[in-house]
Design a protein around this ligand. Structure first.
Ligand code: NAD
Length: 271
């Protein structure tokens, strides 16, 4: 390992999309704790963004907010321009912004289909394209990291597990998997590393309806061999590792952080 410091991400700049709540918020705070400058991308709720920035500043970290809809090319362009203007370059991108708009397939509107694909998949493409452009332009700065840049996509266990009533979401995450792998294959010769994290059931606003209801929470636990719901911090710790040089030789893979949800727990008793 060529670069070593107490702060694993010192002198690095990260953009985290959808970073004013849930998993993105925890990732942003944990990247900042490791010394990274963090751009808190958000789409709505400016006051929540201010809170995240205040929390980061309270421990001496550096952060700024940037409002942009990740599915809109011009807004994503502006976010990258501002980041590079402010911090000089970018080393880490976390494609976290994501939505669900559930409906049975025969009742799913084109708007529900398109919106989920636009945010979850096209947003990942738009942000990754600009991050890779900057990583290739700058190359490796060994004082900072052994890689020219790192991208972490927040996918889902539903990149491999089908999900009835949420075909748009599962398709977006399945698409994210091959987008991630294809980009990783294409950019590895440039010392760029691209991976995904596949969360299981993590307690955030996206699934509050389930974990806040004891009956529904119990049903969810039946799908989790480790027998507890995940916390945003579980995902953030994995993201810090994937962003750091400790994972130097890891690219093109999905790290499932799911308490064993992808182990087909229905077969635990012999099927
Ligand atoms: P969340 O709703 O708290 O976070 C989603 C964030 O994305 C929000 O901050 C929201 O404002 C932002 N966002 C939505 N549309 C946007 C847009 N167009 N542009 C920019 N930002 C936008 O929920 P979460 O659980 O923290 O979700 C984060 C990611 O984790 C999502 O990609 C989700 O699919 C994934 N995930 C979550 C779970 C879980 O159990 N919570 C499981 C698997 C995957």
């Amino acid at each position: 390992m060529k670069t070593q410091s107490y702060y694993r991400l010192k002198r690095q700049t990260a953009i985290v999309t959808g970073a004013n709540s849930g998993i993105g918020k925890s990732i942003a705070i944990n990247l900042a704790r490791e010394g990274a400058n963090v751009v808190i991308n958000y789409h709505s709720r400016e006051e929540d963004t201010r809170e995240v920035i205040e929390e980061i500043k309270s421990f001496g970290g550096e952060a700024m907010g940037f409002k942009a809809d990740v599915s809109r090319e011009a807004e994503v362009d502006a976010m990258f321009r501002k980041t590079i203007e402010t911090y000089g370059t970018i080393h880490i991108l976390v494609n976290n912004a994501g939505i669900q708009m559930d409906a049975p397939i025969d009742q799913m509107s084109i708007e529900q289909w398109q919106k989920v694909i636009d945010v979850n998949l096209t947003g990942t493409f738009l942000c990754s394209r600009l991050a890779i452009t900057e990583f290739k332009k700058r190359g490796v700065d060994e004082q900072v990291s052994v890689s020219a840049g790192k991208i972490i996509c927040i996918s889902s266990v539903h990149e491999i597990i089908p999900w009835a009533g949420r075909a748009n979401y599962a398709a977006s995450k399945g698409g994210m998997m091959l987008l991630m792998k294809s980009m990783a294959q294409e950019t590895a010769p440039h010392m760029i590393r691209i991976n995904s994290i596949g969360p299981g059931a993590i307690k955030t606003s996206i699934n509050k309806e389930y974990w806040s209801d004891p009956e529904k929470a119990k049903k969810m636990l039946e799908l989790i061999p480790y027998n507890r719901l995940g916390e945003p911090e579980d995902i953030a710790r994995a993201a810090v590792w994937l962003a750091s040089d400790e994972s130097e030789y890891v690219t093109g893979t999905t790290l499932f952080v799911d308490g064993g949800m992808t182990l087909y727990p229905g077969f635990a008793e012999g099927g």
